[in-house]
Design a protein around this ligand. Structure first.
Ligand code: UT7
Length: 328
C-alpha cells in the first residue's frame, strides 16, 4: 500500500461580528486595558450574539476550507469537530455541521481536549488517513466560550473569545502534509481549568447554578508554569519524530493563550519573532479555535509558501497538550 499523508488543501475561519474591547471590559469588571495587554497580549475579542451558537461558525469555517480545497461537502468521509462549547449536550455539534454543509456521506463526531482540541483532531484525522479509513476529512476547532464565562470574574472573562477555524485534509502520496504529531494528557491536574457543573458528577440544578458551577474556572498562574515546559517538550518531540530540527520550522503557529507563554516557548526553541504568528491581540483565546483561525489568516495573507514547515502547538484543560508538524 502506498504511503499516504494528510495534506491541508484548504483553510477557513469564522468569527462573530460583535467585538468586545479591553475598554468595554473596564466598564464591566475591576480591570484595565494596561493589565490585560501586558499580562496577556489581548486587546479585543469577538463575542457571539444571543441567537448565535457554535455550529453556525463551525460550518462557515468548514465551508470556506472546502471552497479553498475545491472539495465538495458530498465528498467528505469524516467531520471531526474539536470543542468544549457545543451547541447542546446531545447530539454532537458536528452532526449539526454535517447537516448545514450537506455532507451526507461523512461520519461526524466531536472531540473534547480543551485548548489542544484542534491538535488532537488533526492527530485523529491523520490516523484515519494513514490507515486508509478516510480520504477527505474536515477538521474544525472552535468555541463560543462567551456563553460559559462568569462575566463578573476578571481572572477569566478578559481572556477568552469566540470563533472557529477549519482545515480540509486529503489523503495524498508524497512528502507534503502532516509529518508528525505529538499528543499528551495529565489528568492529575484536571482541576487547573474546569467547568464543574452540568455533568453526571454535579447535574444541572438550581443549587448548582446558584453556586456558580456552570462557568469556567482557571488556575491561571499554575497553568502558565506548566504550559511553557510542556509546549517546549511537545514541539521538540514532533520535530524529532519528523527527523528535522527547530531551525527547519518556518512558521510557529501556537495556541493563542498568552503572548508571554508563546514568546518563552519560541525563545527556548530559538525561533525569531518573525517566524511566530500572533493574532491574540485581535482574537483573544478561542481555545480549540485559535490555531486554525491563525493558520487561515496566515494562508490567506499569502505568507505560507510551498515546502514551508509549520508547527502547531497547544496546551489546555485536561490537562492536555500537543503539537503537529506540517510541510506545506
Ligand atoms: O488556553 C488554555 C490554557 N490557559 C493558559 O495557558 C493560561 C495560562 N495563564 C495565563 O495566561 C496567566 O496566568 C493569566 C493571564 C491568566 C494571569 O496572569 P498572571 O500573571 O499569572 O496573574 P495572576 O493570576 O498571578 O494574578 C496577578 C494579580 C492578582 O492580584 P494580586 O493577588 O497580585 O493582588 C490578580 O488578582 O492580577 C490580578 N488580576 C487582575 N487584575 C486586573 C487577575 N485578573 C485580573 C484582571 N485585571 N483581569
Amino acid at each position: 500500500m502506498e504511503n499516504l499523508r494528510s495534506r491541508i488543501r484548504g483553510t477557513g475561519h469564522a468569527l462573530p461580528e460583535k467585538v468586545l474591547t479591553n475598554f468595554d471590559l473596564e466598564k464591566m469588571v475591576d480591570t484595565s486595558d494596561e493589565w490585560i495587554t501586558t499580562r496577556t497580549g489581548i486587546r479585543e475579542r469577538h463575542v457571539a450574539a444571543e441567537n448565535e451558537s457554535l455550529s453556525l461558525f463551525a460550518a462557515e469555517a468548514g465551508k470556506q476550507a472546502l471552497d479553498m480545497a475545491g472539495m465538495s461537502a458530498s465528498e467528505l468521509d469524516l467531520i471531526i469537530l474539536a470543542t468544549v462549547t457545543m451547541d447542546q449536550p446531545i447530539p454532537a455539534s458536528s452532526c449539526f455541521v454535517q447537516d448545514i454543509l450537506g455532507a451526507r456521506k461523512a461520519a461526524a463526531f466531536d472531540i473534547q481536549a480543551g485548548c489542544s482540541g484542534f491538535i488532537y483532531g488533526l492527530a485523529i484525522a491523520d490516523q484515519f488517513i494513514r490507515a486508509g479509513g478516510a480520504k477527505r476529512i474536515l477538521v474544525i476547532g472552535g468555541e463560543i466560550l462567551s456563553k460559559f464565562l462568569d462575566w463578573k470574574d476578571r481572572s477569566t472573562c478578559v481572556l477568552f473569545g469566540d470563533g472557529c477555524g477549519a482545515v480540509a485534509l486529503s489523503a495524498e502520496p508524497g512528502g507534503h502534509g502532516l509529518l508528525s504529531t505529538s499528543i499528551h494528557s495529565d489528568g492529575s491536574n484536571a482541576d487547573f481549568i474546569t467547568l464543574p457543573g452540568g455533568g453526571s458528577r454535579i447535574p444541572v440544578s438550581h443549587e448548582m447554578i446558584d453556586a456558580n458551577l456552570h462557568t469556567i474556572k482557571m488556575k491561571g498562574n499554575e497553568t502558565f508554569k506548566i504550559a511553557v515546559r510542556s509546549l517546549e517538550a511537545t514541539c521538540r518531540e514532533a520535530i524529532e519524530r519528523a527527523g528535522l530540527t527547530p531551525a527547519d520550522v518556518r512558521w510557529f503557529v501556537p495556541h493563542q493563550a498568552n503572548t508571554r507563554i508563546i514568546s518563552a516557548v519560541a525563545e527556548r526553541l530559538g525561533w525569531p519573532p518573525e517566524s511566530v504568528y500572533l493574532n491574540i491581540d485581535r482574537i483573544g483565546n478561542t481555545s480549540s479555535g485559535s490555531i486554525p483561525i491563525a493558520l487561515d489568516e496566515l494562508v490567506r495573507a499569502g505568507k505560507v509558501k510551498e515546502e514551508d514547515v509549520l508547527l502547531f502547538a497547544a496546551f489546555g484543560a485536561g490537562l492536555t497538550w500537543g503539537s503537529a508538524l506540517v510541510r506545506w
